[in-house]
Ligand binder design. Structure first.
Ligand SMILES: Cc1ncc(COP(=O)(O)O)c(C=O)c1O
Length: 404
């Protein structure tokens, strides 16, 4: 069949370019030690940074939530799907971000992807557009996550400018040449998902305030991990701004699933009216929100502090112990530690060599990262032991020697 042949040809091309992705099925709970197809692997690929995804108290909370609320919400939030568990979680999230965003209110989403798809088009829509160029402008970091890129494209009436990664002067130059009345939105990851570096938020927030722009921050990899209380990148910088629209996800450090937006109450009320991925989807199971609430108690309390300290110790140990010759680490201060290799084939071979040694470290290739920057994405967790980190370093060094 011609239609299917077209797809077959495209798949073969992906294979030739060593860009074809394959799915693996995990038989054990999320933890550093996974069972896959009957093999035990030491994994450095999940974003469960604090090791909460398999925490007994959270498993209990999920069961308790299901007992109390059942297993499904039955409708979208604005119909009858918004349960007390969702409402309590939103209050908790607003309270957590209150020091950083004046008059903070929170809105819970089913996933981070959906939160991003909601926020950027809804903010763009709030501007008056006489013409595309004069009306609505989105300034996006060129290394933003795929969901933010898609979100910008969904804002069909806005002009999009991709600025060089973390280049504050490029943002400033673009803002200076934009008509004063334009509706401007700066969009950035808080912690970049593939490089692990932290966005220059104090400078971006100052620019946003000076030029009357929104600053949308997707802190999927910072929430729970950065800041003394785990409130993320805003707490890390002790940054408070009414211009910030903050997005955090709950399937990474929080160990469960979902996401949220915290912003000034007026912005949240607008999202409630306009966010299509909130309005036109069934609310996720209340038991999930109930479990996330328990997870946030851990994140904000002593257990969270101890786990963040252990994560930092693991990162320091990894960076101090690893001795590379041709490959290199990026200067990432977070749990995302990319080992830069370059070619797609070499990155795949490296991942295979590690797999043979019993380790799972994913090879990341274009289009997830720019061409020529294929890498192994090492993601560290508080659940890794010092022995795990040592084994990783030794295996990476051996894989480097074995990879031409
Ligand atoms: C920076 C960033 N934003 C958003 C997302 C999407 O979040 P979710 O997995 O909750 O859809 C991810 C990854 O999943 C991410 O890395």
């Amino acid at each position: 069949m011609k239609l299917r042949d077209d797809i077959g040809t495209k798949l073969e091309a992906l294979e030739r370019q060593q860009l074809r992705r394959r799915i693996r099925t995990v038989d054990s709970p999320c933890s550093p030690h996974l069972t896959i197809e009957g093999r035990d692997l030491l994994a450095f690929c999940s974003n469960d940074y604090l090791g909460l995804a398999n925490h007994p108290a959270l498993i209990e909370a999920m069961a308790e939530g299901a007992q109390r609320y059942g297993v499904g919400s039955g409708a979208a939030h604005l119909i009858s799907g918004h349960s007390r568990a969702h409402a309590l979680l939103e209050e908790q999230l607003a309270d957590m971000l209150w020091p950083y965003i004046p008059e903070a209110r929170a809105l819970f989403f089913s996933t981070g992807y959906m939160a991003n798809l909601a926020v950027v088009p809804a903010l763009a829509e709030a501007g008056d557009a006489t013409s595309k160029r004069d009306g609505r402008l989105i300034l996006a970091d060129s290394l933003n996550h795929a969901s933010l890129i898609d979100a910008a494209h969904l804002a069909r009436t806005a002009e999009i400018i991709d600025y060089a990664h973390a280049d504050v002067s490029a943002v400033e130059a673009a803002l200076q040449t934009t008509p004063a009345g334009a509706h401007k939105i700066i969009v950035t990851d808080g912690v970049f998902s593939m490089d692990g570096d932290i966005a220059p938020l104090p400078q971006l927030a100052a620019l946003a305030e000076r030029h009357n722009a929104w600053l949308v921050v997707d802190d999927a990899h910072g929430f729970g991990v950065l800041g003394e209380h785990g409130a993320g990148v805003l707490e890390h910088f002790n940054l408070r701004s009414e211009n910030v629209v903050y997005i955090g996800t709950l399937g990474k450090a929080a160990g469960v699933s979902g996401a949220f937006v915290v912003a000034h109450a007026t912005v949240i009320e607008w999202l409630l009216q306009r966010a299509r991925t909130y309005l036109f989807t069934t609310a996720s199971a209340p038991a999930i929100a109930h479990t996330v609430s328990r997870s946030l108690e851990f994140i904000r309390g002593d257990e969270g502090k101890q786990r963040r300290a252990k994560l930092q110790a693991n990162c320091a140990e990894f960076k101090a112990s690893l001795q590379l010759e041709q490959w290199s680490l990026l200067p990432s201060p977070t749990a995302i530690q990319p080992v830069m290799i370059g070619g797609n084939g070499a990155a795949l071979k490296a991942a295979q060599a590690l797999d043979h040694a019993g380790l799972w470290v994913p090879a990341i290739r274009p289009p997830t990262v720019p061409v020529g920057t294929a890498r192994l994405r090492v993601a560290l967790s508080a659940a890794h032991s010092s022995k795990d980190i040592n084994r990783l370093c030794t295996s990476l060094q051996q894989a480097e020697k074995a990879t031409p």
